[in-house]
Write a protein that binds this ligand. Structure first.
Ligand code: 5GP
Length: 172
C-alpha cells in the first residue's frame, strides 16, 4: 500500500511490549490485577500486552465517548460499554492506544478513580505530547510520536487499517 509510511515496525512494537510486560509482571505479581482496555483502538495492544505479563490478571473492556461544546470539553464522559467488575478489589491498569489531546483519558481516569480501585495506572502505546489540551499524562507511554495521524495496530481511519501489524502515518 502506498498511502502510508511505517513509523514503528512490528518488531519494535513487539520488543517494547516484551520489555514493559516484564516490568509490569514484576510490579504487580501477587496483587489482584485488572487490565482495562478502551475500545476500539486499544484492542490489539491489549491482546499483546496481557500475554507479555507473566502474572495472574483479569481483563475488562470499556467504550467511552467524551462530549464537547465546540472545541471545549464539557467534562462529561459517556460510558457506552462498562466494566462488569467491581474495581475496588483490583489494582487497575488502563490500557490505551494513544494519548492525543488527553481529554477522553482524563475523564475516564476520573470516572474510574471514583470507584476506588486499590491503585490506578495508565499505560499508553503512543503519546502525542504536542497535541495536549488538558493536563494529563500516562504513567507509561511506549512510544512518543510527533503530530501525525497514525493508523495500524488497532488504530483506524474510518474503521479501516486496524489490522495492520505496524504503526504508520496515514497520508490519505
Ligand atoms: P483524546 O486524547 O484527544 O481525547 O482522544 C484520544 C483518542 O483519539 C484515541 O484513543 C484515538 O482513538 C483517537 N486518536 C487520536 N490520535 C489519533 C491518531 O493519530 N490516529 C488514530 N487512528 N486515532 C487517533
Amino acid at each position: 500500500m502506498n498511502n502510508h509510511n511505517i513509523i514503528i515496525t512490528e518488531e519494535e512494537i513487539k520488543n517494547k511490549i516484551a520489555f514493559v510486560g516484564k516490568q509490569l509482571a514484576a510490579e504487580y505479581r501477587g496483587k489482584p490485577l485488572l487490565l482495562v482496555s478502551i475500545l476500539k483502538g486499544a484492542f490489539v495492544f491489549m491482546a499483546d500486552l496481557c500475554r507479555a505479563i507473566d502474572a495472574p490478571l483479569e481483563i475488562g473492556f470499556m467504550c467511552a465517548k467524551s462530549y464537547y461544546n465546540g472545541t471545549v470539553s464539557t467534562g462529561t464522559v459517556s460510558i457506552t460499554l462498562d466494566l462488569d467488575q467491581d474495581i475496588s478489589k483490583y489494582h487497575v491498569i488502563i490500557v490505551e492506544d494513544i494519548v492525543d489531546t488527553g481529554r477522553t483519558l482524563s475523564l475516564v481516569v476520573d470516572n474510574l478513580k471514583a470507584r476506588n480501585p486499590l491503585s490506578l495506572k495508565v499505560v499508553a502505546l503512543l503519546d502525542k505530547p504536542s497535541r495536549r489540551l488538558v493536563d494529563f499524562d500516562a504513567d507509561l507511554s511506549l512510544f512518543t510520536i510527533p503530530d501525525l495521524f497514525v493508523i495500524g495496530y488497532g488504530l483506524d481511519c474510518d474503521e479501516k487499517y486496524r489490522n495492520l501489524p505496524y504503526i504508520a502515518e496515514f497520508k490519505g
